[in-house]
Design a protein around this ligand. Structure first.
Ligand SMILES: [Zn+2]
Length: 174
């Protein structure tokens, strides 16, 4: 596929292989036209989601709290440029682009660009760690998230070739 020009120049600057968009099985993720501020995340950073995703996330968080289950935001919307900066930082620490791309999507291909994806945390569990799957919060999400429109995007052995991410959930209204 032909990437939008600004995304293509970001890819060129990072040395992302030209066949990335054809060889990776991730869809291109457009940025949303509208974002709203959410509560601050676990690290006290401002975050944004689309209005529908934020409403669904808030309803889900309250429902969980009603059952004494804590879930909180670790990360939500991330811009294409943010993803580019993240990758640049990793490259700066000496990791090759090929290695980076096994754990991070290339700019333009992170589901976080859509403003509908959230990384979820719970107290007493390391952030963005596979052990999240052993928490009460994860169990609750498995049982209840679908009712709020959230699905886990990257289960074990997913078709995208992305590592298992039990903490990453995406909202869809269809
Ligand atoms: Zn994520």
């Amino acid at each position: 596929m032909n990437l939008p020009k600004p995304v293509q120049s970001i890819h060129n600057a990072l040395g992302i292989p030209a066949d990335y968009s054809d060889s990776c099985s991730l869809p291109f993720c457009e940025e949303p036209s509208q974002l709203v501020a959410t509560e601050r995340d676990f690290y006290d950073r401002p975050q944004q989601l689309t209005p529908e995703s934020f409403a669904a996330w808030t309803a889900m968080k309250l429902a969980a709290a009603n059952e004494q289950v804590d879930i909180f935001l670790i990360s939500a919307y991330r811009s294409t440029q943010y993803q580019a900066d993240l990758l640049a930082k990793k490259l700066g620490s000496g990791i090759t682009i090929e290695e980076v791309l096994t754990v991070n999507a290339a700019p333009g291909f992170s589901e976080h660009h859509t403003g509908r994806a959230v990384d979820v945390g719970t107290y007493g569990c390391d952030a963005l760690a596979e052990v999240f799957e052993n928490t009460v919060a994860f169990q609750w999400l498995e049982e209840n998230a679908a009712a709020f429109g959230f699905t886990m995007s990257y289960p074990r052995n997913n078709a995208y070739g992305i590592i298992y991410e039990p903490w990453h959930w995406c909202f869809s209204d269809n």
